[in-house]
Design a protein around this ligand. Sequence first.
Ligand code: NDP
Length: 447
Amino acid sequence: MDVDSTVKGFYEQILQRNAGEPEFHQAVSEVLASLRYVLRKDPHYADNGLIQRLTEPERQIIFRVPWIDDQGQVQVNRGFRVQFNSVLGPYKGGLRFHPSVNLGIIKFLGFEQIFKNSLTGLPIGGGKGGSDFDPKGKSDMEIMRFCQSFMTELERHIGDKVDVPAGDIGVGGREIGYLFGQYRRMTGRHVSGTLTGKGLTWGGSLVRTEATGYGCVYFTQEMMASRGDRLHGAKVIISGSGNVAIYAIEKAQELGATVVAFSDSSGYVSTPDGVDVELLRDIKEVRRLRVSDYVKETNGATFHKGGNIWETEADVALPCATQNELDGEAAKLLADHGVKYVAEGANMPCTHDAIQVFKKRKIDFAPGKAANAGGVATSALEMQQNASRDSWTFEYTDKRLRDIMRNIFKNAARTAEDYDVPRDFVVGANIAGFKKVADAMIAQGVI
Ligand code: NDP
């Protein structure tokens, strides 16, 4: 088999069948590039339409979400749930509420989720959903009415054995609460395993809030340790200031690193002496303010409106905000300033060009599907607790998370070596995630 032209053929079909979905094309193209290595060794993975089936969602749901704002006006948003692949278990993946959401973005996220969930070693399939609803500036009652309307349609498509959504950008504990409340009202049942990221008194898991950020830092620790480096004493840039970023900052500093910059979409804050995490949490999670407000309440931090966070000097960079936030130019800046490790806390924050720069400049790079898998892994631990009507301690759950991240690192590193591309964690993670899904798809027949 001519692997290169076979893969090219697959990609051309993707472009043709999924026009106008650049983020989905980007995610598929990155995975296909890694699959070249697999197909050279094991060409049978191209048989029986396996790749075509893997890149075609099992089901895509698009629905109208009407709701009434505080002025009594009717607003109409669009809701999505893409149930991509359930070969390993019920669909699992977050809901994103952000004005940029469209079908292509949800498909890229759902596609990535398949491999990420496979890497966790837990029995969960891949899915993703959301809406182009913008929670920014909305009142609490507006958020609640929107969530209730969104769930009114979503309810018929989800369930603890079918599809288990969680949070993502714009969907945190508050939104999960309103969504779960409406689900419970509609079904008349308290099936806690239907959503994850729940409150601790009604089926939530300790560590879930912290899990993605902590997990990303645990992965980074492993990656550094494998070169004899440590986070202790390192300078770290962490973009974003949402759920993932806040807990990545917290854990990195707990381990002795100094977080020298964080951001939101309006600019970045430089913090040469480290971040006051308690203040940041209060500003973002309680008062729901902006990062510019952080500098007003502390000394030694400066806000750079519209600035480029990647121009900061550091040893480690953890992009934890959003897709394509770090491009080739930014990657060059990081390399010039001495960054040696990059791990994606967000989904696909680094562009293709950025990843090429990291490769060229010998910077270790961990893709999101490996480095940010701690969130969904802990969601699966939440499902386990719900199924057994149990709740675990913080220490136990955190240890499970740490072990899972260590295993993901080892698995990605070992697979990269098996395919003669040592320390290429993109190829390692893609292939390790793919093979488990592909073998299960082969075993379960053409469906
Ligand atoms: P949040 O909504 O809690 O936070 C998102 C943060 O990113 C905010 O600080 C936001 O700032 C910032 N941001 C958004 N767009 C931009 C931009 N263009 N430039 C700079 N900053 C920006 O989301 P999460 O922290 O939950 O998610 C962050 C990323 O992590 C996403 O890619 C998500 O898919 C991924 N992820 C999340 C998981 C989770 O468990 N939550 C699990 C795995 C991955 P602003 O307020 O200005 O918009």
